[in-house]
Design a protein around this ligand. Structure first.
Ligand code: CTP
Length: 449
């Protein structure tokens, strides 16, 4: 009787550790099946920056001559299905997964093989590509989320921080176990290959300018700029200096949102004619409520306007904001931005001082897409039609806080030698800045209580 063995892995840059694992797995039986993860599966489970494509990784496994059969692992839960449908006797995997696959033991023997010390795809990637040192500018809420997320992306390291408030910078460096807090922005630039800018909105433009001028790649928190002219200038500067400039608008890089866009663009709901996107987040008193560059629009409109630039394009025919501003506040706390395009209409609602349902509806001539709150962290959406019984449901994993996707894309654009990402193109970031500018300068503001 044949003893069938199965093992799985990414097998990026097929190395000695992989070969020894497969050799030992093969010795456990007479027939070895090797599952190689698909790109989509790796992305959805948050494993980013895999260097080789699926075909190349399969080729690496094939060339080892150790696999009798190679299959593609495409989704979570596939292992349990494969083990049963393929009559597998032994499931073998490296000891880094100790205990993680015990759930397969009712169906087959589960064996953890000792991992070969001193080699991994992660190390090879770091050696081959060099680690990208990202300096963090700012020590607030979003910067605090960035550092832990960056650790999920191989080949990047965030080791230094700069904030004008030295005490905050030091506390941030201590909390996140960074190498050091820099005393000046220049010192941070010196210690970095790239910078992540998470300072208050009003400082973005000058800091991005300076970082580009010193030849650093830049990932800048949204909104990159508060005017289209400034955003245009920054992308032109990045292009001229041959460095990457990307706006850190996490939704744009997340697999679920991109999948939703693909479904909308694929014609399943007919022609898209209307979009309604709402994003509210109650913020306690602070800079967002008091500073001249604060308010619901600068804080949140980048998200709510993103589906518009993605599905309707970068040239709205009209942008009209109506906002509410409490009598004692410097800025608006709730805004509704009505948009008109040659082929569609829609409304983006944002609030930092009022709470509403944060969902997204993309209406088409044959049906609509419904993304429940929080749609900007898309992990689930539905296709709905006239017939209420007809629904298609999509689930896409959204790992951690989601910043790892934008960091992964940033690193991969740097490595590929490009200057921009197709996931959020310069003209789209410029359009977002222009829409924010229009909403703030031409909007109607009404007093609130
Ligand atoms: N493996 C091993 N010894 C190594 C590296 C990997 O035995 N030094 C095993 C893993 O335990 C797994 C299989 O090889 O069973 C495929 O692992 P994979 O995750 O593709 O390789 P890694 O080198 O661990 O990749 P990464 O660094 O990206 O996690």
């Amino acid at each position: 009787m044949t003893t069938k063995v199965i093992t799985y892995g990414t097998f990026d840059m097929f190395h000695e550790g992989h070969r020894r694992l497969l050799e030992r797995a093969r010795e456990l039986g007479d027939h070895l099946t090797v599952g190689v993860t698909s790109e989509d599966y790796d992305a959805t489970r948050g494993k980013l920056n895999v260097t080789e494509g699926l075909m190349q990784r399969i080729e690496g496994v094939r060339r080892s001559g150790l696999a009798d059969e190679i299959i593609v692992e495409e989704y979570e839960g596939q292992k349990i299905h494969d083990v049963q449908s393929r009559d597998i006797d032994v499931f073998a995997i490296g000891s880094d997964w100790q205990g993680k696959f015990d759930y397969l033991s009712p169906y087959c023997q589960v064996i953890y093989l000792e991992r070969t010390k001193g080699i991994s795809s992660t190390d090879l990637r770091a050696v081959r590509n060099g680690t990208i040192r990202i300096g963090v500018v700012g020590s607030g809420r979003i910067a605090s989320r960035f550092v832990p997320e960056s650790r999920f992306v191989s080949g990047v390291s965030a080791d230094v921080v700069y904030s004008p408030n030295a005490e905050h910078a030091q506390a941030f460096a201590d909390a996140h176990e960074l190498d050091r807090a820099c005393a000046t922005f220049d010192e941070l630039l010196d210690a970095s290959d790239a910078v992540y800018i998470a300072s208050p909105h009003g400082r973005h433009v000058e800091q991005v300018r300076e970082a580009i001028a010193s030849g650093r790649h830049v990932l800048c928190e949204k909104p990159l700029a508060l005017t289209a002219a400034e955003a245009t200038e920054l992308f032109a500067a990045a292009q001229a200096a041959d460095v990457v400039l990307m706006e850190a608008l996490k939704t744009a890089y997340a697999p679920g949102f991109r999948r939703m866009l693909a479904v909308a663009q694929g014609g399943s709901i007919g022609r898209v004619v209307s979009i309604d996107a709402t994003f509210t987040k109650l913020l306690s008193p602070g800079r967002e409520h008091d500073a001249p560059d604060g308010g619901a629009i600068t804080e949140l409109a980048s998200y709510a306007l993103l589906p518009f630039v993605k599905l309707f394009g970068t040239q709205p025919s009209e942008v009209r904001a109506t906002s509410l501003r409490p009598s004692d506040a410097a800025v608006e706390v709730f805004s509704r931005i009505d948009l008109r395009y040659p082929g569609g209409i829609g409304t983006a609602k944002v609030g930092i001082g009022a709470k509403a349902e944060g969902d997204l509806v993309v209406a088409g001539t044959e049906g609509y897409l419904y993304v429940p709150a929080p749609w900007w962290l898309t992990d689930y959406f539905e296709l709905r039609f006239e017939d209420p019984g007809r629904r298609e449901r999509y689930y896409v994993k959204f790992a951690g806080g989601g910043l790892r996707y934008e960091i992964g894309e940033f690193a991969s654009v740097i490595r590929s030698g490009g200057t921009t990402s197709y996931m959020l193109r310069p003209e789209e970031s410029i359009a977002l800045a222009g829409m924010i500018e229009d909403s703030r300068t031409n909007g109607r503001v009404f007093g609130l209580g």
